[in-house]
Ligand binder design. Structure first.
Ligand code: ATP
Ligand code: FE
Length: 361
């Protein structure tokens, strides 16, 4: 079984070819980092145009690198949500075109489910039930995965996701945004004192597993204003003192942002073990999971609670299409054909989101 995966839910256009034994035959990502740096965020219409421009080439390259043609494929998998609908459409249309031409089934993939399940490619020991913490630019989710397609949401963000907080902090600190903000903050934080700026941990008084990063973002913005840091002066031109005070903010922000994760994870593990005592793993995935500090801190929490941390390597944490594939004979995605009308896809996205993440307490 060989599956072509296509992913266009946000700002990256990606394609990969994966075999059923979990072997990744190729992986191609075209990022819109230049657009991001220029506009400081993703503008759906522009992102859609960028996807349309490169999608054919990205898919072709993925096939070439795998030394395969469309004829060799068993199915096409494509992200059907959540994401920007204009962007998702580009991927879905490409999938339908290929599937139509070669009479292949289309497997509709839930983007966040894929972020969680990609861990199964690297940790062959990972069995259901397990827990997953998904931390990315648009999501903060704590999930109990009972089986393929069976997820119980333990917590989600009530406003911004942690990646968004990293990205804004980086922007306000005048960091180089040609890459995303997260890695820039991680690096700068190493130079700073994480105890120097006092930020408070979000939602301390709420004894649940939800997240909130909007308030921390505001705290960071106020600290930056009070230290008179000028984002228009790039960090590379900042004086030594200025650079240090930026590093202090980066380190202090990161410490609190991650403490919030730690606290929520600890509670979620306790909740989840009550429902499923056989859980052994917590998977941490999504772009922010490539952060070494995040990994180290969560590893401590997970071990302390008797579980094991599974963290895919960074290239599988951020958006990629390998995530669109689940090894094993069962796919959890919906199966379509190229003749499925687009409107039905959209409906299925909505329905599937409902099915996938039923809220529990
Ligand atoms: P979603 O998956 O929710 O749709 P997304 O696709 O934008 O969102 P990803 O591609 O999974 O998210 O991850 C991108 C996010 O990860 C960005 O916010 C980025 O700043 C963050 N990120 C990447 N590397 C790091 C790092 N080393 N430290 C912190 N954050 C990071
Ligand atoms: Fe993602």
């Amino acid at each position: 079984v060989v599956v072509l995966g296509i992913e266009t839910s946000c700002d990256d256009t990606a394609a990969a070819v994966v075999r059923s034994d979990g072997e990744i035959l190729s992986q191609v990502v075209s990022s819109q980092a230049d657009l991001l740096a220029k506009y400081g965020g993703v503008a759906p219409k522009m992102a859609e145009e960028a996807h349309s421009k490169v999608i054919d080439q990205v898919v072709q390259e993925a096939l070439d690198k795998a030394y395969l043609t469309e004829k060799d494929l068993t199915a096409v998998a494509v992200t059907i949500g959540p994401g920007l609908s204009l962007c998702l459409r580009v991927g879905v249309q490409k999938a339908r075109k290929i599937a139509g031409g070669f009479n292949l089934p289309i497997i509709g993939i839930h983007h966040m489910e894929a972020h969680a399940l990609v861990a199964r490619l690297i940790e062959k020991d990972l069995q259901f039930p397990f827990m997953a913490l998904l931390i990315s630019g648009g999501h903060n989710l704590l999930v109990l995965a009972r089986d393929l397609g069976q997820y119980i949401q333990l917590g989600t963000t009530i406003d911004d996701a942690i990646g968004e907080a990293y990205d804004k902090t980086a922007k306000w600190l005048g960091l180089d945004l040609r890459r995303s903000g997260g890695p820039a903050i991680e690096k700068l934080a190493m130079e700073g004192n994480a105890e120097s700026v006092k930020f408070s941990i979000p939602m301390k008084q709420h004894k649940d597993c939800n997240f909130s990063y909007a308030g921390l973002k505001t705290q960071v913005r106020l600290a930056i204003e009070s230290k008179k840091i000028d984002a228009k002066i790039p960090i590379s031109s900042a004086s030594n003192g200025d650079r240090l005070s930026r590093a202090d903010i980066a380190a202090s922000f990161q410490r609190i942002a991650v403490l919030h994760l730690e606290e929520r994870c600890e509670r979620a593990i306790q909740w989840a073990l009550k429902m499923e005592p056989s859980i052994r793993h917590l998977v941490v995935s999504g772009g922010v999971a490539s952060n070494q500090y995040v990994r180290a801190r969560l590893d401590m929490v997970v071990k302390k609670n008797g579980l094991q941390l599974v963290c895919p390597p960074p290239r599988l944490c951020t958006d990629n299409v390998v995530i669109g594939f689940q090894p094993g004979p069962t796919f959890s995605g919906e199966i379509f054909t190229s003749r499925t009308p687009y409107a039905l896809f959209v409906n299925l996205i909505r329905r599937r989101l409902g099915i996938c993440f039923s809220t529990a307490r």
